[in-house]
Design a protein around this ligand. Structure first.
Ligand SMILES: [Zn+2]
Length: 266
C-alpha cells in the first residue's frame, strides 16, 4: 500500500528513473523508508548523510546510515558539519541561545545549506527527504500560528527550484502517515535510530502534534488537500531568490539564514 502510494506520487511529480536522486539520510526511520522504497521501485538513488557531531547520538546515526546503504547496495556520501561550516553544532546552539530560535530550527538551517551545496557539487538532479504527512500538517499549522504563512512555500511533494543554484527537493512520503511508516519499518526490518536527538527542542511542535491527535485519518487527508489548494495561492507571492553576500548560496535575504547564525555576536 505505502509502496503503491509512493510510486503514484513519484509518477505524479514526474521523477525520472535516470535522474540522480540523493536521499538525505538522517539515521531516522522516515528517510530510511524513502531509500528502501525508491530503491525497490528502481530509481537511481544515492545516500547523503551529514554527521552533526552531537556525541554518541550522531555516531549511532552514522553507523545506521552506513548499514542501510550497505543493505541497499547504494553509495553514500558522508559530510561532517564542522568541516563544512567551520564550527560545531553545539557552538551554533550556544551562540544563538539568546535568540528565540529552537535547536531544531538551527540544525535544520545548517543541514539544508550543506545538502543543497553538496547536491549541486555532486550534480544530483533532486534531493529526497523523509518528510511525511503528519510532519507537513504540523509545520503548515505552526507557520500559520506564528504568522508567517509565506514559510509554507515549502509545502507540497515537490519544491521546484526557483534558481539554478537550488536543487529540486522532493518528499516521496508527503501523503504517508507516520503510522504507516512505523508499520513498514517493522515489517521490512529496516535499520534506524530509535533514540530521540538529545538536543531536541521542539516544544511548540509537540503542542501542535497534540491538536492533530484528535483528528481521524480521513480528516487529515482532507486537511492536506485543503492546504495544498491554499498553497497554490501562497506560491504566487513567493519572493525572488538572491545570493547570500557572505557564502554565495541562494537566499531570500541579503545574508542567508546559515550565515546569520554563524555571524551572530556572543
Ligand atoms: Zn550565506
Amino acid at each position: 500500500m505505502i509502496e503503491e502510494k509512493v510510486k503514484k506520487v513519484l509518477k505524479k511529480i514526474r521523477v525520472n528513473k535516470k535522474e540522480k536522486i540523493l536521499i538525505a539520510l538522517s539515521g531516522g526511520k522516515d528517510s530510511a523508508v524513502v531509500a528502501q522504497i525508491m530503491k525497490k521501485l528502481g530509481y537511481n538513488i544515492q545516500g547523503i548523510h551529514i554527521s552533526l557531531g552531537l556525541g554518541k547520538y550522531s555516531e549511532k546515526c552514522l553507523e545506521v546510515v552506513e548499514k542501510l546503504c550497505g543493505n541497499l547496495e547504494i553509495k553514500c556520501y558522508i559530510y561532517d558539519l564542522k568541516k563544512e561550516t567551520g564550527n560545531s553544532m553545539i557552538n551554533y546552539f550556544r551562540k544563538n541561545a539568546c535568540k528565540n530560535i529552537s535547536t531544531c530550527t538551527i540544525c535544520g538551517i545548517f543541514k539544508k545549506w550543506i545538502l543543497n551545496k553538496k547536491a549541486r557539487e555532486l550534480k544530483a538532479n533532486k534531493i529526497a527527504t523523509g518528510h511525511h504527512r503528519d510532519d507537513e500538517l504540523q509545520t503548515f499549522l505552526m507557520n500559520i500560528f506564528k504568522g508567517s504563512p509565506q514559510l509554507n512555500s515549502n509545502f507540497g511533494p515537490i519544491l521546484e527550484n526557483k534558481d539554478k543554484k537550488l536543487i529540486v527537493k522532493i518528499k516521496p512520503l508527503f501523503f504517508i502517515s507516520e503510522k504507516e511508516i512505523e508499520n513498514y519499518v517493522k515489517k521490512n526490518k529496516i535499520p534506524f535510530v530509535k533514540e530521540i536527538c538529545p538536543y531536541r527542542q521542539e516544544t511548540y511542535r509537540v503542542e501542535i502534534r497534540k491538536i492533530f491527535e484528535k483528528f481521524s485519518d480521513k480528516e487529515k487527508e482532507n486537511m492536506m488537500k485543503n492546504f495544498l489548494e491554499l498553497f497554490k495561492k501562497i506560491k504566487k507571492d513567493i519572493q525572488k531568490i538572491n545570493y547570500c553576500e557572505i557564502c554565495g548560496e541562494p537566499s531570500r535575504n541579503r545574508i542567508c539564514k546559515k550565515c546569520s547564525l554563524i555571524s551572530s555576536k556572543k
